[in-house]
Every structure is written in structure tokens, then in C-alpha cells.
Design a protein around this ligand. Structure first.
Ligand SMILES: *[C@@H]1O[C@H](CO)[C@@H](O)[C@H](O)[C@H]1NC(C)=O
Ligand SMILES: *[C@@H]1O[C@H](CO)[C@@H](O)[C@H](O)[C@H]1NC(C)=O
Ligand SMILES: *[C@@H]1O[C@H](CO)[C@@H](O)[C@H](O)[C@H]1NC(C)=O
Length: 565
């Protein structure tokens, strides 16, 4: 009778379990773009994609410079696909674009915001095509620097190649390094030759981007070189170096030193680069000393690369003093480890704290306090303070509920270099609840058995795992896997059957049986204390006769479970 009752009870729990209307939900999660990018667009018509996952399927909106995009024939976006389409793209549409992916839940809408996509018109233009020409007179063997006269040019590109050209637009040969073009495009002639002044030289700097077909020219020079009768010999003298080089972490930096000094035996001086401790820098994975030593490229910048570098030059006439070149390694705010907002999945009723703690590169002004956005809207007067607690370095959502508190939170921190954005989309799932009360204290006699089954339910998105541990006594800290007579991983049915056990085996059955019911994001511990009945059951056939109906009971229960599932 008792068995039948518990059977029905168990069944009814399964029945209610099936009736709970739990829905699968997840906040929008933008999978593209995931990093801040700048696009230089040469074409007129193109599409920028925004992709997001989420349940239900998100819809999309794009904003430009944080403003809604007014309808026009130049920019449109598709709320269903996320495609942002440009037609006849020009400077007019340049700006910082962000995609907003929205998931409509019951009463609320969760909104995820993408990293910025900055779009610029790729261009190499010289609006006025009349080149001015400036005369420059020098002596043979002298050093001269010609500036790349870029003022009249309009150039917007991810990278610019500088070359120098003759009057008839032929690219000048750098003559084995006698000529050197620095990172600003300026031309250094280490020692002039009379042939540099070919009738007239008319030399000019030319800028090009992805394709050398599209070159724009700066204003030109006419170079006049006066021949000398005596070949000079001079020790190296620093003529120019790259001052104030500021480069971002993980990027590369180029430091440069240009020395004059003509030696007939060795026309170009030997340049060496050293560190503070005097150690010589040579080309390897980290450094590249090139262009006859005039250029030192440092790859994958780290904060400790911010330091002094020294260049010096030598020939048979003498050696220059070491010249100090400082490299400033800087960065947008950098999140401290584990202090960036991250997507989280949390069981209902818990509090969730989203961190946002960042620093600047070492020695630089700390970032501004974080600006917080909840579902795409900046926090402020309207923010419900009972639900959301905003601090400088964190935001806490209190007693989170499904589905209303499924949301995305953005923080933005900025410094003099730029801004860094982090986003945490918070998914709320139903907690792990027991489907029937647990009988936490049970007694057992030798030859008898007891049921330990603990059944729980949780969010529809999660699969529960049951892990049992048996602690024999209070001092037992480690516990062991319990030796159940029967445990079914499918139905989660668990019980102890002591039939046929020796008395000493039976002695070890008592203690705490602990089950850890867990899924990816949460767990729940249930404890059942089993005490042994003082007097063991008499060693006769009664134990056996008892067993048969009990086994039958379990078989029927399992069958019922299978039918109800
Ligand atoms: C060093 O830099 C020069 C100029 O940028 C480049 O051509 C060369 O391949 C680089 N060498 C190495 C070893 O990286
Ligand atoms: C490096 O550059 C940053 C950004 O321009 C500036 O704030 C900082 O003061 C510079 N550091 C040094 C040591 O010059
Ligand atoms: C329960 O199991 C989960 C998942 O394996 C684990 O993270 C958690 O620490 C366990 N809890 C205890 C108290 O053992």
C-alpha cells in the first residue's frame, strides 16, 4: 500500500514536471563584428554584416555616431538579416557605426550592442593638379633632406607607401641606400651626386595605397648640384631622427636615425642600435634593423618596450655620440584579468555582478570611470535602483528573474588614446528545484532496503547530472562512491539494498549520502543520513520473501517512468 502510494506520488511529480511551461531563451549575442574595426572603403556600393545568435531570433538596427540612421537612398539596413547596405558611398556617410541586436522577451527586450565599425572613404586625392616647384642648391657629396610636400593632398587609407619620382614620373632608384625615405615620406640624400641634378631634377614624393596605379604627388623640387674638385672625408653627424614616436601596444613601431658623413672607402656610415645596458640590437623575431641601420622596427609592442633606444654611426673618419630615441608605448584602456564584462548564465533569484575594471598603459593617466549601458541605453535617472546598482567599477543586477532580467550590459572606459568597450549578456535560467521532498533521515535494517532517489528539475536548456558520494562518519572528509545495489543514470533512481550482505558490510552502509545535482552553471547539494537499526533483521527467509515484491515495485516504477517520459 505504501509502495503504491509512493509510486503514484512519483508519477504525479513527473506529470507536473511535464506541464511546466518553461521556454528556451537566450539573450542576443553578436558574433560579427566582435572587434572594433576601421574600414577604408574604395567602392561605392557595399554591405557591412551584423550577425547575432539568440532565442528568439534577434532583429537588427544600426546607428551612426550613436544616432538613428534617417532613411536615405545611401544607407539602408535590413532588420531581419542585419545587413547594412551603402549605395554611392562618399565622405558624407563616414562615421562610427554600431549594430544593435534585439531579442523581444515577454515584457522586455534584451539589446546587444556591437563594437564600433568605423567606415571611411578610401582616397588618394590632389584637388589641385598644378605642382609647385622649389629650387634647392647643394654641393656634390653633401647631405640634403627633401620634405614630402603633402599639404595639398587628401589621403585616407590604412597604410601609405611613399616613393620618390622624377619629373617624368619614373620611380627614383634608392641607389643602394644612398637615398633613404623615412616614415613621413621625406627623402634623405646621404651624399649628392651631380647626376641627381638631371635637367631639371624635378623630383617629388608620391603617395600610393593598395595599388600603385593610383599615385598622388606632392610639390616638387629642382635640385642643383655644384660639383667639387676634392672628394671630402667626413665623420658621421646625426641629421634627423624620429622624435616622439608613440605606438600602441601589440602594434609595431619604427625608430629612425639618419646620419651624414661621406667616406670614399665606405660611402654610408655603419649604424648600430643599442639598449640602455649597451647591448647591441640585431634583427630577430622582435627587432628588425634595416635600411643600412637607419631603421629599427620593433614588433608586437609590450609595455616594457617603452624605453630609450640609442643609435650611433661610424666610418673611417670617426664615430658619432650615441643618440637617444624614446619610444612611447601607449594603449586604449586595458581590462584587468577577469575584470572585463563577460557573458554569464545565472540561476534565477541570484545577484549578478558585472565587473568593468581597466587601466591605461603603465605611467599614463588612468581611464575615466566606466559609462554603463543597459540594453543599449545609458544608465541614469530612469534606471531602476532596486534592480540595478551601478558603481564605478561594477554593475549588479539584484535577484535576477527569468525572462525579465535577461539583458545585455555594456561598459565603456576611455583614456587619451581611445575607448574600450566590453559587453556582458546575462541569461537567466530556472534554478534547480526538487520535484519531491527528500526524506533526509532514514533507517535501515540488514536485509532491507531504502530508497534514496532525489529528483530535480531545472531550466529547459540544461541537463542535470547527479553525483552521489557516501560519507561513513563525521570525520570522513573525502567520501567515496556509494555502493548502491541499484542506481539508474537514466531514471536517477537510487536505493540501498542490503539483502545478502554480511554483517560487516552492513556496518559500512550507515552515514551520509550526498548527491550533487549540477548542470553547467549551477549545482545543488542534497544530503540523506542513513542510520542502521540497532537490531539486525533475523537471518531467515523473511528477508528474502520481502525482497520479491520490492523488486517488483522497482521494476514497475521504472516501467512507469519510461512511459511517463
Ligand atoms: C625588415 O624590414 C624590412 C623593411 O620593412 C623588410 O623588407 C624585411 O623583410 C624585414 N626583415 C625581416 C627579417 O623581418
Ligand atoms: C605617451 O603618449 C601618451 C598618449 O599620447 C601620453 O599621454 C603620455 O604622457 C606619453 N608618455 C610619455 C612618457 O611621454
Ligand atoms: C557539485 O558539482 C559541480 C559540477 O561538477 C561542481 O562545480 C561543484 O563544486 C560541486 N559542489 C560540491 C559542493 O561538491
Amino acid at each position: 500500500m505504501l509502495q503504491l502510494k509512493s509510486l503514484l506520488l512519483l508519477n504525479s511529480f513527473f506529470f507536473t514536471n511535464h506541464c511546466i511551461t518553461d521556454v528556451l531563451l537566450s539573450p542576443p549575442d553578436i558574433t560579427n563584428p566582435t572587434e572594433a574595426v576601421t574600414l577604408y572603403k574604395g567602392e561605392l556600393d557595399f554591405v557591412v554584416k551584423c550577425e547575432a545568435t539568440g532565442i528568439p531570433k534577434p532583429t537588427f538596427q544600426w546607428k551612426r555616431n550613436n544616432q538613428d540612421i534617417p532613411p536615405s537612398s545611401y544607407i539602408t539596413y535590413d532588420a531581419n538579416t542585419g545587413d547594412l547596405t551603402f549605395k554611392g558611398f562618399s565622405e558624407r556617410e563616414e562615421g562610427e557605426y554600431r549594430c544593435y541586436a534585439s531579442n523581444v522577451l515577454e515584457q522586455t527586450t534584451a539589446v546587444s550592442v556591437s563594437q564600433p565599425v568605423t567606415i571611411k572613404k578610401y582616397r588618394f586625392l590632389r584637388p589641385d593638379s598644378n605642382l609647385a616647384t622649389e629650387p634647392v642648391s647643394i654641393k656634390q657629396y653633401d647631405y640634403v633632406k627633401l620634405f614630402c610636400k603633402k599639404d595639398k593632398l587628401e589621403v585616407v587609407a590604412e597604410s601609405i607607401n611613399y616613393n620618390w619620382y622624377s619629373k617624368s614620373n619614373d620611380m627614383l632608384s634608392l641607389d643602394d641606400g644612398r637615398l633613404y625615405i623615412d616614415q613621413n615620406g621625406d627623402l634623405h640624400i646621404n651624399y649628392a651626386k651631380t647626376t641627381d641634378a638631371s635637367d631639371p631634377f624635378g623630383s617629388k614624393c608620391g603617395l600610393s595605397g593598395r595599388s600603385s596605379a593610383n599615385i598622388v604627388f606632392g610639390d616638387a623640387y629642382n635640385l642643383y648640384v655644384t660639383p667639387v674638385t676634392q672628394i671630402p672625408g667626413q665623420a658621421p653627424v646625426l641629421k634627423w631622427f624620429s622624435a616622439n614616436v608613440v605606438a600602441e601596444m601589440s602594434h609595431s613601431a619604427r625608430l629612425e636615425c639618419v646620419f651624414s658623413g661621406y667616406d670614399p672607402m665606405q660611402p654610408l656610415p655603419t649604424i648600430t642600435w643599442t639598449l640602455d645596458d649597451g647591448s647591441i640590437i640585431s634583427t630577430n623575431q622582435k627587432y628588425n634593423v634595416s635600411s643600412n641601420g637607419r631603421s629599427l622596427i620593433i614588433y608586437k609592442l609590450l609595455e616594457q618596450d617603452e624605453r630609450n633606444y640609442y643609435c650611433k654611426a661610424k666610418n673611417n673618419f670617426g664615430e658619432s655620440n650615441p643618440h637617444q630615441v624614446f619610444l612611447n608605448v601607449t594603449s586604449k584602456p586595458i581590462f584587468y584579468e577577469n575584470k572585463a564584462p563577460r557573458d554569464v548564465t545565472v540561476s534565477q533569484n541570484k545577484d549578478v555582478t558585472i565587473p568593468c575594471e581597466a587601466r591605461s598603459a603603465s605611467g599614463e593617466t588612468p581611464p575615466s570611470p566606466a559609462l554603463w549601458y543597459v540594453n543599449g541605453r545609458q544608465t541614469g535617472q530612469h534606471t531602476n535602483r532596486n534592480k540595478i546598482d551601478v558603481k564605478a567599477n561594477s554593475l549588479t543586477i539584484k535577484s535576477i528573474k527569468k525572462p525579465d532580467d535577461i539583458m545585455c550590459v555594456v561598459c565603456i572606459v576611455s583614456n587619451s588614446v581611445g575607448e574600450t568597450m566590453g559587453e556582458a549578456c546575462v541569461n537567466v535560467i530556472l534554478p534547480i528545484d526538487l520535484t519531491q521532498p527528500v526524506n533526509a533521515n532514514q533507517e535501515i535494517a540488514l536485509g532491507d532496503f531504502i530508497e534514496l532517489t532525489v529528483l530535480a528539475k531545472t531550466d529547459i536548456s540544461q541537463q542535470l547530472n547527479y553525483k552521489w558520494t557516501h560519507f561513513r562518519n563525521k570525520n570522513d572528509l573525502v567520501g567515496e562512491e556509494p555502493k548502491f545495489t541499484f542506481y539508474d543514470p537514466v531514471t536517477k533512481m537510487a536505493y540501498i539494498n542490503t539483502f545478502g550482505m554480511s554483517e560487516s558490510e552492513f556496518e559500512s552502509v550507515g552515514g551520509d549520502y550526498v548527491v550533487n545535482i549540477s548542470h553547467l552553471y549551477d549545482y545543488r547539494i542534497e544530503r540523506i543520513h542513513v542510520t542502521l537499526q540497532d537490531k539486525p533483521a533475523p537471518d531467515d527467509m523473511s528477508g528474502q520473501s520481502n525482497l520479491v515484491p520490492r523488486i517488483l515495485y522497482f521494476l514497475t516504477t521504472i516501467l512507469t517512468l519510461f512511459f511517463s517520459l
